[in-house]
Design a protein around this ligand. Structure first.
Ligand SMILES: CCCCCCCCCCCCC/C=C/C(=O)SCCNC(=O)CCNC(=O)[C@H](O)C(C)(C)COP(=O)(O)OP(=O)(O)OC[C@H]1O[C@@H](n2cnc3c(N)ncnc32)[C@H](O)[C@@H]1OP(=O)(O)O
Length: 305
């Protein structure tokens, strides 16, 4: 029991913990011992920015992002996110993840601009490694991953959604999704570009990246950036319905196929990881780029007044 609490310090189990015995342990794919519960039990764990609700009946975990006001991807958020995905990856019972937002109107506002503004090279390098890690974990996951996009999802938020296997978006023309980096005066790195090209093709990506296009929900469906639009209240239930289709496919066949499709893109970043960090640091710390970020943040704040 003590080991269990160490592994999952903030976990609230709805089952009867006292009945766990040595029999109740299973070995994960990586050989780690993980607790194994009877089929009817659910587990919800909450960290500072995420809630993870695991349903043992379906093998599906719902990961809800909740970092007010806009789920921006700070260093702490990214670190917590990668750890949570890693834990689910190691849980033999978990076959799929639905990623969604617990905030109104926003899925994720993308990278936290304040992590890139006025910060020294060491911080920028640490932050960028965390961004890479989030993408590597999600894009390379063996699990089925469905993005339930229940709000706007610019830049890094769009990357997160594209890293999933399937995207369902709320049918609200006010919500937008896309890689809008050029609008901030910055450049989407090659692996953001690769992920988008793998999703919507070369020409649509070329247009989208140069113009920094943020597609509203109907356009996002039209270009293939999302796979389904559903009424806002039905995004999560539609994601559950969609994932059941994926769960019907034998895991090993689906996983090998997914890896075949994604491995070259992942390997490209892995083999240039340090160089990509150096590029980011020297680019983002330039005075001209810092000025662009400052102007963009000021504009964001002025929109309110
Ligand atoms: C040789 C080649 C070399 C190339 C080398 C390349 C190297 C790599 C270069 C760098 C690559 C970087 C990649 C970057 C990726 C990103 O993700 S950048 C972030 C982009 N995100 C955005 O543009 C989104 C901006 N936000 C919004 O549009 C809106 O906030 C929203 C998400 C649509 C929500 O709108 P609304 O509900 O109206 O909320 P707001 O009032 O606008 O915002 C509330 C507060 O939150 C602050 N905020 C918003 N977004 C962010 C953010 N991303 N980071 C930090 N803070 C954010 C906003 O300012 C408000 O703050 P307050 O005024 O203090 O309340």
């Amino acid at each position: 029991m003590a080991t269990l609490l160490k592994l999952f310090p903030t976990c609230t189990w709805t089952g009867r913990l006292a009945h766990l015995s040595r029999k109740g342990w299973a070995q994960s794919r990586s050989g780690r011992l993980l607790p194994c519960f009877p089929a009817s039990q659910r587990c919800a764990s909450t960290t500072s920015y995420l809630t993870v609700e695991m349903d043992d009946n379906t093998g599906v975990a719902v990961v809800t992002m909740k970092s007010p006001p806009v789920n921006s991807l700070s260093l702490d958020f990214l670190t917590e996110f990668s750890i949570s995905i890693e834990k689910l990856e190691m849980d033999r019972k978990c076959r799929g993840v639905i990623l969604t937002s617990g905030l109104p109107k926003v899925f994720s506002a993308g990278l936290d601009i304040m992590e890139m503004y006025g910060k020294g090279p060491e911080h920028c390098a640490e932050f960028w490694r965390a961004v890479q890690e989030m993408w590597l974990k999600l894009y390379g996951s063996n699990m089925i991953t469905i993005a339930a996009v229940n709000g706007s999802s610019p830049a890094g938020g769009c990357l997160m959604a594209m890293a999933c296997d399937y995207r369902i978006m709320a049918d609200n023309p006010k919500y937008s999704i896309g890689l809008n980096e050029t609008l901030l005066g910055i450049v989407a790195p090659f692996w953001f570009k690769d992920t988008m090209m793998n999703t919507i093709g070369f020409r649509a990506t070329e247009l989208a990246l140069q113009l920094g296009l943020l597609h509203n929900a109907p356009n996002a469906l039209r270009v293939g950036l999302v796979d389904e639009l559903v009424p806002e209240k039905e995004v999560l239930s539609a994601a559950s319905t969609a994932i059941s289709k994926w769960l019907a496919i034998p895991d090993h066949a689906r996983q090998i196929t997914k890896s075949m499709m994604r491995k070259p893109t992942i390997d490209r970043l892995l083999s240039h990881r340090d160089q990509d960090i150096n590029n980011f640091v020297s680019f983002i710390t330039k005075d001209s780029i810092q000025k662009s970020l400052q102007v963009y943040m000021e504009r964001l704040k002025q929109r309110k007044t």
